[in-house]
Design a protein around this ligand. Structure first.
Ligand code: PLP
Length: 381
């Protein structure tokens, strides 16, 4: 049996998305910047994809820019907002994705900004009072805090952070890569200046995504070149990627409530299975709390005696794909910076299971059984 439980890393392409993309790989090959009919036809498809994305997110088409995915969008929004607004201070957390953390660390290392980290509790929740304090004691800042963490699934309240940022006139960037297509974002009612999306996290193609920049926020381009994306992102458009992104988002919204219920059910089933078969099993961050975590991610914390790599290996030979790691201990170059960021015990391994609409209850039972068997065998050693 082959079971794919690594959907936070990437999701399989939806067949309907593939069908929508196909003509743009073959017959509709024109360059959208060309003014002849081959070009115009493709330009019109791109603009209609932009309209789809904008309408679903309650944004205007002038606020949506297609990119090569989440990493490029995060880099652009962070670097360009800092340089365009002459910001000298940024605030983030230790558990952000590397697309955000490494970008900010690089700006700090090159002397462009001072970087502060907001305090987190032992479950990875942001300390809002500390955020407020950091904003009070510093110059105008960029705040970059992700909507949902890709390893432990923790969600933050975008409204609450937005209000704090508004009070201090800070620019709020949120990496929404893990929630885009999984929750209904209403960007017209949120005080967030910029967010990101990556199509491959919601059954679209890899190497395609977008950024939203609120119309009152004016930033310079990050990738210089042609006049594509209204001078905000040079380079011939990834046409089939853009078409696939919009189609995948459209499907995600069409079926969102149904899938959210179904996937939360799979996650609950796994939690229950593991709790009933493994004594003392625990879960990292807020991942077992349905109110505070992404319904697609469950991060299982292993007892101290058990070998993380061995569990992943055992799962792999049984056809189960998941991902994992433990907190990086001081001085180590590998390991999870997220688990280290919430000060998880580096001697306890962790495995992340992440689910999609294509998983089944049988797959969850099969994976749970294999984990329980592993625990029992290890306990006998
Ligand atoms: C939270 C988060 N941000 C950013 C990214 C990067 O997105 P992409 O793979 O499209 O560059 C990912 C992907 O792993 C992610 O999970």
């Amino acid at each position: 049996m082959k079971v794919y439980l690594d959907n936070a890393a990437t999701t399989p392409l939806d067949l309907e998305v593939f069908e929508a993309m196909k003509p743009f790989l073959m017959e509709n090959f024109g360059n959208p910047s060309s003014t002849h009919s081959h070009g115009r036809q493709v330009r019109s498809a791109i603009e209609s994809a932009r309209k789809t994305v904008a309408e679903l997110l309650h944004a205007s088409t002038s606020e949506i820019f297609f990119t090569s995915g989440g990493t490029e969008a995060d880099n652009t929004l962070i670097c360009s907002s800092i340089s365009s607004y002459n910001l000298t201070h940024a605030i983030t957390s230790k558990i952000e994705h590397h697309a955000v953390l490494h970008t900010l660390e690089n700006l700090e290392a090159t002397g462009k900004i001072k970087l502060s980290y907001v305090n987190l509790d032992e479950k990875g929740n942001v300390d809002f009072a500390h955020l407020d304090e950091l904003l009070t004691t510093n110059e105008r800042s960029l705040v970059s805090l992700m909507h949902a963490n890709n390893e432990i699934g923790n969600l933050i309240d975008l409204n609450a952070v937005g209000e704090i940022c508004q009070k201090h006139n800070a620019i709020f960037h949120s990496d929404t890569v893990q929630t885009m297509g999984h929750y209904a974002h209403d960007l017209s009612s949120l005080n967030v200046q910029c967010v990101t999306g990556a199509a491959h996290k919601f059954h679209g193609p890899k190497g395609a995504g977008f950024m939203y920049i609120d119309k009152s926020t004016k930033i310079a381009p990050f990738i210089h070149g042609g006049a594509q994306e209204r001078n905000m992102r040079g380079g011939t458009e990834n046409v089939y990627g853009i078409i696939g992104t919009a189609k995948a988002l459209e499907i995600a919204y069409r079926e969102m409530a149904e899938h959210q219920n179904f996937i939360q059910g799979l996650k609950d089933r796994m939690i229950q299975n593991l709790r009933s078969s493994i004594e003392g099993v625990s879960f990292n961050g807020e991942s077992a709390n349905p109110e505070k975590s992404l319904y697609t991610v469950l991060n299982v914390c292993l007892p101290e005696s058990q070998d993380n790599d061995m569990l992943l290996f055992t799962l792999d030979i049984n056809g189960i794909s998941a991902s994992g790691g433990s907190a990086c201990s001081s001085g180590a170059t590998t390991g999870s910076h997220v688990l280290a960021g919430i000060k998880a015990n580096p001697n306890r391994g962790a495995v992340r299971f992440s689910f999609s609409k294509y998983n089944t209850a049988e797959e969850i039972d099969y994976a749970s059984e294999k984990i329980a068997e592993f625990y029992k065998q290890e306990a006998l050693k």
